[in-house]
Design a protein around this ligand. Structure first.
Ligand SMILES: [Zn+2]
Length: 241
């Protein structure tokens, strides 16, 4: 089991660790460490990339996946060698992580705005990738003025950004989560395991990713498109100026 350092310290992009195993599959090397700051793909957020360095080798991390409790750093050895037991330093690519944090947190802002507008929609999946990010909700657009909604959501999201405010991570029981979060997803988690909740501006969101440290960092959110997809409503957004 890899210790997931990003769950607690979500802005950290470097850490020390020890190599647990180095294996090969499909022409790639797979490195597992005892702990990592690398975010594996999941919860609508893409994986980190970067480097793992030891005294004897440099490993390029091209892809990161979470499999059976382990974070698999998938890539190739650039120099030297890497073996189980080696002490290493992890360095996550800052630019890529920052963009993913903006996109992810912007998705939270859209959720917060939808809650503030009292839309009777149930949050579904989020897609926080750079190529067309969106939040999806079970609900209907019937009787809703889409242009007005687009403008209202955008105004609220940018109000939250202007207000700024530190993002906090809290671990709580499912019962507490049901009281504080608007929506509690079904977790395949073990009984008794604490759930992770991200809080900003008094809004509680179940979250497994790496949000921004302060909402002000996002700069600006634009609502790209709102459309009905079967029984879901998809709210597309973009970040940046
Ligand atoms: Zn999140």
């Amino acid at each position: 089991m890899t210790k997931l350092l990003y769950l607690q310290d979500f802005v950290k992009i470097g850490c020390e660790g020890t190599v647990v195993s180095v294996t090969q599959a499909e022409g790639c090397d797979i490195v597992v460490l005892d702990q990592t700051v690398f975010y594996p793909q999941g919860g609508g957020q893409p994986y980190d990339t970067g480097m793992i360095e030891s005294a004897s080798g440099t490993f390029r991390v091209d892809e990161v996946r979470f499999v059976d409790g382990d974070v698999r750093h998938i890539g190739a050895l650039e120099t030297g060698k890497l073996e189980a037991g080696d002490a290493v330093i992890c360095r996550v690519d800052q630019e890529r992580r920052t963009l993913h944090a903006w996109l992810h947190s912007a998705g939270h802002l859209v959720d917060r705005a939808i809650a503030e507008l009292h839309l009777p929609w149930t949050p579904g999946k989020g897609y926080h990738f750079p190529n067309g990010p969106y939040d999806e909700y079970e609900g209907s657009l019937e009787g809703i003025d889409k242009e007005k909604l687009k403008s209202d959501l955008e105004t609220l999201c940018n109000k939250y950004i202007a207000e700024g405010g530190k993002t906090e991570v809290i671990f709580m029981t499912r019962e507490e989560m049901r009281k504080t979060c608007r929506y509690t997803p079904d977790f395949p988690a073990e009984k008794g395991e604490l759930a992770r909740v991200v809080v900003h501006g008094g809004f509680y969101m179940p979250c497994g990713g790496t949000p921004v440290a302060d909402m002000a960092e996002i700069g600006r959110v634009t609502i790209r498109k709102i459309k009905q997809e079967g029984k879901n409503v998809r709210v597309g957004y973009d970040v940046g100026q």
